[in-house]
Design a protein around this ligand. Structure first.
Ligand SMILES: Nc1nc2c(ncn2[C@@H]2O[C@H](COP(=O)(O)OP(=O)(O)O)[C@@H](O)[C@H]2O)c(=O)[nH]1
Ligand SMILES: [Mg+2]
Length: 450
């Protein structure tokens, strides 16, 4: 049977046909052109639809969402991160100032309570500190030398917030999504040039430059404090608790205190900054010969509040920091952070609005988990159900993974495959590629493009 050709656009809307007395070559030509245009438009729409991948990052505060987003940016659009580099300078300064202030606060607290602390742990600490001599005097001297630096914490926070006071205060800086544009509305080249000459960076705010100079003048005191035997003892006994990235920056104080300091890639990945609102990042990713446009949403702070806006997300990447088994929420000191992650994951699995999105679970911060277990921290002290299982990385990580898989099996409303990976955001450069590939592959399979 001869194949019937499809009617042209004009024919399909009841226009001229070859058998019609009004048939005219010109009209047929126009009709064909419109047809071709429509076909192209239809193909283009289908193409953008299948090539756009919308990814939502979810997980409790400090789970590693922003770090994962930076890893993607590094891998797929590193020039954009290079442009941002100078803008991260005040954030690194802020991380250092906060760490110094926290050490001093904790020392203060320890010295005022140690005498009356009759617990075995308290006695052990007092015993270890005794041979050090006049610790109190040495720390007081360092404290007064460091006042010019520690007193800048609030003004630097306020500068990062572009003068907007945001609740959270001393526990951290909360910036709004897109803060980079507000901190320094300068072309990156100009600010980099200024950095290279060592002079003040025009356009980069006043407090940042002041912080830079102050840091340079008190770098020895910071180093003395950080290496002080009393601080070491209290850190080892977990009487001083700092942000996880604090040791990384304090170990490198001499490098960071230079006037021409520009944050390195490792600095960008280690720095901690809490964002409010949703930040969107776009990457073009080439995989299997096809270009995909990834829109990645980092949903800071507000947990579930944003979910309804993402019911068309291709994938959700849920980050669970499994190193946090011995930590509690900042806002609620009784909720274990691992329990909180499991609850959050339960809510995401059972959320009807998200049931069509792929689910990727990243059991993150395995490097920290290994370190904690090696240093002798016992899981069963914090998670009683762990019982007498061996306190090794292999057993602990598998135990945690099994819990998340069980939550998924019991609560997943979309009966989805769960892609679960153990990750560490810091050293593993291939991570973003692995996760990206897993999501795109399943996207390809779903849309029938394989
Ligand atoms: N050691 C370690 N630190 C990590 C890892 N992932 C993130 N971090 C650090 O954890 C802190 C919080 O991470 P961030 O991405 O800001 O968390 P968010 O609140 O979920 O956006 C930062 O200081 C990161 O450098 C990891 O896999 N290992
Ligand atoms: Mg974040």
């Amino acid at each position: 049977m001869a194949k019937r050709s499809k009617p042209t656009f004009l024919q399909s809307i009841g226009g001229t046909s070859k058998s019609s007395p009004y048939y005219d070559e010109e009209a047929a030509h126009v009709s064909q052109k419109i047809d071709d245009e429509l076909k192209r438009e239809w193909a283009r729409r289908k193409d953008t639809q299948r090539r756009q991948v919308k990814v939502m990052l979810l997980g409790q505060a400090e789970s590693g969402k922003s770090t994962l987003q930076k890893q993607f940016q590094l891998y797929y659009a590193h020039q954009t991160l290079d442009h941002e580099r100078p803008l991260w300078r005040p954030v690194v300064y802020f991380n250092i100032i906060k760490a110094v202030r926290m050490i001093l606060d904790e020392l203060d607290h320890e010295f005022s309570t140690l005498d009356s602390d009759q617990s075995t742990e308290g006695q052990a600490v007092a015993h270890a500190l005794a041979p050090l001599g006049d610790v109190n005097g040495e720390i007081s001297r360092l404290r007064s030398r460091l006042v010019p630096l520690t007193s800048m914490e609030d003004s630097l926070a306020s500068e990062l917030n572009s003068g907007v006071h945001v609740a959270g205060g001393r526990s951290g800086v909360y910036v709004r999504a897109g803060w980079q544009a507000l901190v320094a509305p300068l072309s990156p080249n100009r600010s980099q040039a200024a950095l290279a000459t060592g002079g003040p960076t025009p356009g980069v705010a006043h407090v940042t430059n002041l912080a830079s100079r102050t840091l340079m003048s008190v770098q020895n005191e910071i180093d003395d404090l950080w290496k002080h035997p009393a601080v070491r003892i209290l850190l080892n006994n977990r009487r001083i608790r700092l942000d996880e990235s604090a040791p990384f920056f304090l170990d490198d104080i001499v490098r960071i205190a230079q006037s021409d300091y520009l944050p390195t890639t490792a600095d960008l990945l280690n720095v901690r900054l809490q964002t409010l609102g949703v930040s969107e990042h776009s990457f073009d990713i080439e995989l299997c010969g096809t270009r995909y446009n990834w829109l990645m949403y980092d949903v800071g702070g507000a947990r579930h509040a944003w979910v309804p806006y993402f019911d068309d997300a291709t994938a959700i990447i849920f980050l669970a920091p499994i190193s946090a088994f011995d930590q509690y929420l900042e806002e609620d000191g009784r909720t274990n952070r691992l329990d909180d992650s499991l609850q959050l994951f339960t809510a995401i699995c059972s959320n009807k609005l998200l049931k069509n999105s792929h689910l990727v679970l990243l059991l993150n911060k395995v490097d920290l988990l290994k370190k904690k277990l090696e240093s002798g921290i016992k899981v069963r002290k914090y998670i009683t159900s762990y019982g007498d299982r061996p306190n090794t990385y292999a057993d602990v990580s598998e135990y945690f993974r099994a819990h998340f898989i069980q939550v998924h099996r019991r609560n997943d409303i979309g009966r989805r495959v769960l892609y679960a990976h153990f990750t560490s955001m810091l050293p593993n450069e291939r991570l973003s590629f692995v996760v990206g590939e897993a999501i795109i592959r399943s996207h390809i399979a779903k849309t029938g493009l394989a």
